[in-house]
Write a protein that binds this ligand. Structure first.
Ligand SMILES: Cc1cc2nc3c(=O)[nH]c(=O)nc-3n(C[C@H](O)[C@H](O)[C@H](O)COP(=O)(O)O)c2cc1C
Length: 221
């Protein structure tokens, strides 16, 4: 499965089977995490065999079956949320290509427990991503239409349409899909509203649009 295929096939999965992620797969995930941490100066971490970073409410209401998670964290900086959204999107889609399922938890997580795992007081934890082998593959989320989240000045090129299609598959907080993407020639602008999750939704959206449209076809402005 390619990352592009993963965009279409990934759905939120909240219940997992009790199957250990193999050492080889853990290594692949850790390498991907390390690469993003270095490139974007952030501090994401995979925690296996432990669900202490998932919030108590989430465990009580939704699942008792999360066995691993990824911590989304980094030094406090203006662009931290967008970076974590972008790199977190890369990870959930990469995980999907490895046969894993994921669940982004930006609200129902235990920041204190996650910070302990990081052993670094100098970072802000923005959320966690549950990861493992799903009991199911999930279902597509209810979605807005392309017309509701996009405008193109003139005749829409195919790459723009493909970008919007991928953007509509992106996970967003409360499934709000707060996006507006506008194109003019090869210049593209993306906004993601102004709420608590707008930075992270923006990063997730940029990653998805790039996968659909192809980075070589346009420039962000
Ligand atoms: C930034 C962010 C925060 C989220 N926080 C939560 C959460 O606290 N609890 C929860 O159950 N789901 C959470 N989700 C999952 C979304 O509800 C889910 O991604 C959305 O409904 C779209 O579904 P999909 O992932 O299947 O595309 C969050 C997703 C994102 C992107």
């Amino acid at each position: 499965m390619t990352i592009k295929e993963a965009v279409m096939q990934r759905h939120m999965v909240r219940k997992y089977i009790d199957k250990t992620i193999s050492a080889e797969t853990v290594k692949q995930l850790n390498e991907r995490i390390e690469k993003s941490n270095t490139e974007y100066d952030i501090s994401m971490k995979l925690v296996t065999g432990n669900a202490d970073g998932i919030g108590g409410l989430a465990k009580l209401l939704l699942t008792r079956s999360v066995y691993n998670y990824i911590i989304l964290a980094g030094k406090d900086q203006a662009t931290l949320d967008e970076k974590l959204g972008y790199c977190g999107a890369d990870l959930i889609l990469y995980a999907q290509t490895l046969g894993l399922n994921t669940w982004w938890c930006g609200g129902m997580f235990n920041s204190k427990a996650a910070r302990k795992q990081l052993q670094n007081a100098d970072v802000r934890v923005n959320g966690v991503i549950a990861i493992g082998y799903g009991q199911t593959q999930g279902v597509p989320h209810k979605s807005k239409t392309a017309a509701e989240i996009s405008r193109y000045n003139g005749n829409e090129p195919q790459w723009f349409k493909d970008g919007v299609e991928a953007l509509l598959c992106a996970p967003t907080a409360l499934n709000k899909q707060p996006y507006m993407v506008t194109g003019d020639g090869n210049k593209v602008t993306l906004t993601a509203g102004e709420g608590h999750f707008s930075g992270i939704d923006l990063g997730i959206g940029k990653y998805h649009f790039e996968v659909g449209a192809g980075k070589e076809n346009f420039e962000w402005v």
